[in-house]
Write a new protein. Structure first.
Length: 318
């Protein structure tokens, strides 16, 4: 089937999901939904990420070019190649991008072809109907104060509720952006046009967002999640000479728990897709992996040794 014959296309990128941490390259049972759906679709087992971090990898996904060709790197963070999203837009698709990863942004060149690209913390503004910010500079450090000032000019019940939710979650370390993304997908669906949705789900990226009710606290020594969050927020980059102050095996468990939660998120998205009577293409993949050693003294990171960052592209077509 030609791409133009689909009514809806969904591209879901599981940020920082290593193939070796999934059932597709190991004996882990942390992705029951995608494991089951693999039998109904197409599973690409011999695909690899061509960069161990977000920007170059996404530039390759969006352009089909190798990093040497598209030029995105730590020294050049601007994506200036033609994006496949532009092609879809030219072919009549209404294109939406909802990215938990703030690097996938208009400022860095990834907005080309999108009707709207909403990322990072801005997802909660859009999901809570704070629509006046739609065409504003989302990088404004005082966005909460600006939002309060604007909403007070024309306060309604829905905007007041949205504002309450924004401030309630403002200081949450484990802000589940995937929930905002699900909400935005549902709000932006239409039966009147062909649509493309790009979704970046970042729950498997440090500090590993997992709802409290899904954590098996019996597996961990103390509050390992809070320790991981503290290390991530203070170090900014996930390796340290003092890595042995954490138990590497426990960090791995937390990482795999976050992937298990991600599987539930993707199932929720797919269930809502399946109910629609439209021709659909549903693709799930990863941009790169995470490197966590199996002993207690090694590094914990990505952006390091490329060969150990192997990541499988998990693609499903229905």
């Amino acid at each position: 089937m030609k791409i133009t014959e689909y009514d809806e296309i969904y591209l879901i990128v599981m940020d920082t999901v290593s193939a070796e941490s999934t059932p597709f390259a190991s004996n882990f049972e942390n992705m029951p939904f995608l494991s089951n759906m693999g039998n109904r679709g197409f599973l690409a087992k011999n695909c690899y990420s061509n960069s161990p971090w977000t920007l170059p990898s996404h530039a390759s996904i969006f352009s089909g070019l190798d990093p040497k060709e598209h030029g995105v790197s730590t020294k050049n963070k601007i994506f200036d190649q033609k994006s496949f999203v532009e092609v879809l837009s030219e072919q009549g698709f209404e294109t939406h991008g909802f990215s938990a990863n703030p690097l996938i942004s208009n400022e860095l060149g990834f907005g080309k072809g999108f009707k709207n690209l909403i990322n990072g913390e801005n997802l909660k503004f859009a999901a809570n109907n704070v629509s006046y910010l739609e065409n504003k500079d989302f990088s404004n450090r005082n966005k909460y104060l600006v939002t309060l000032k604007e909403l007070m000019k024309n306060l309604s019940f829905s905007s007041a509720k949205g504002l309450f939710n924004l401030f309630k979650n403002k200081f949450s370390t484990h802000d589940l952006k995937s929930e905002y993304i699900i909400d935005l997908v549902n709000k932006n669906r239409s039966n009147n046009s062909k649509q493309f949705f790009y979704l970046n789900l970042m729950d498997a990226h440090a500090p590993y967002n997992v709802p409290n009710q899904l954590l098996d606290t019996g597996k961990y020594t103390g509050d390992i999640r809070e320790k991981v969050s503290e290390e991530f927020l203070t170090e900014g980059f996930r390796w340290t000479k003092d890595f042995d102050k954490f138990k590497a095996s426990e960090v791995q468990k937390l990482y795999r728990d976050s992937i298990r939660y991600l599987d539930k998120v993707i199932k929720s998205i797919y269930d809502s897709v399946e109910q629609r009577d439209r021709k659909q293409l549903f693709i799930v993949t990863s941009d790169h992996g995470e490197m966590i050693k199996h002993d207690d003294t090694d590094i914990w990171a990505h952006q390091l040794e490329f060969g150990r960052e192997r990541s499988m592209f998990l693609s499903y077509l229905w």
